[in-house]
Design a protein around this ligand. Structure first.
Ligand code: ADP
Ligand code: 5GP
Length: 210
């Protein structure tokens, strides 16, 4: 069991474009969670700020971090490497500070399997429909149709991982989605846990993938 003074870890994963980065930022702003800044070998997007959104590094540096066993988790996503270094996370948790992660299902699995001595809550975010997902991706990555196509192609595979998360939330209205996540985090911190309607989500995923 985690000691009472330790911070907690919250992971948000989703198919690309469902809104997890937006939600992670809201949770950080409103609830004071530290966002875990990942390392990646992909190129920055025009709106991204180095060392705040990601540590943008080359393949060689990434491989050095692997060799030195600095990663809590890492994975290949969309042909690029992404990873979370261990030290900044553990330092915050030990200071009773909470940390939120925007990482994919591979990273979530790795952190879960490590069975660290800190409370961990995992959320999987779904879009209301494939059409809405396409619109969100197209708005965000306006200049790069290839990215949108690539991420839509991955969607059907990514979405199947919902089953391994503590909670699955549909991000239709942003405020409502945020409130649901926030309430669940509070309930978990108070040592309660809430259920979600797994059958409803299963049907939603069936619709999304049909
Ligand atoms: P992800 O991190 O899952 O890839 P983002 O947070 O970047 O997704 O969101 C994708 C796009 O959709 C962004 O342009 C974001 O502003 C927008 N977005 C996120 N949530 C909503 C929502 N509930 N309603 C409308 N637009 C949203
Ligand atoms: P993007 O390139 O759109 O920022 O992120 C692509 C995917 O990589 C998203 O699913 C995001 O959650 C995931 N991701 C970002 N950082 C990490 C990380 O450190 N580890 C893992 N496993 N996935 C990450």
């Amino acid at each position: 069991m985690s000691k009472k003074k330790d911070g907690i870890m919250v992971i948000l994963s989703s198919p690309s474009g469902a809104g997890k980065t937006t939600l992670v930022n809201l949770i950080s702003k409103n609830k004071g969670f530290h966002i875990s800044v990942s390392h990646t070998t992909r190129e920055p997007r025009p709106s991204e700020i180095a060392d705040k959104d990601y540590y943008f590094i080359n393949q060689e540096k990434f491989e050095n971090l692997i060799t030195n066993e600095e990663f809590l988790e890492y994975a290949k996503v969309f042909n690029h490497l992404y990873g979370t270094t261990r030290t900044p996370v553990i330092e915050k948790l030990e200071k009773s500070e909470n940390v939120i992660f925007d990482i994919d299902w591979q990273g979530a699995d790795q952190i879960k399997n490590k069975k660290l001595n800190y409370k961990l809550i995992t959320f999987f975010i779904l879009p209301p429909s494939k059409k809405v997902l396409f619109e969100r991706l197209s708005n965000r990555d306006m200049k790069d149709k290839l990215i949108v196509e690539e991420r839509m192609k991955e969607f059907s595979r990514d979405v199947l991982h919902w089953i391994n998360y503590d909670y699955v939330i549909i991000n239709d209205n942003l405020e409502e989605c945020y409130s649901k996540i926030s309430n669940l985090i509070e309930a978990e911190i108070d040592n309660g846990s809430k259920d979600y309607d797994k059958e409803y989500i299963r049907k939603h995923v069936d619709n999304l993938t049909s």
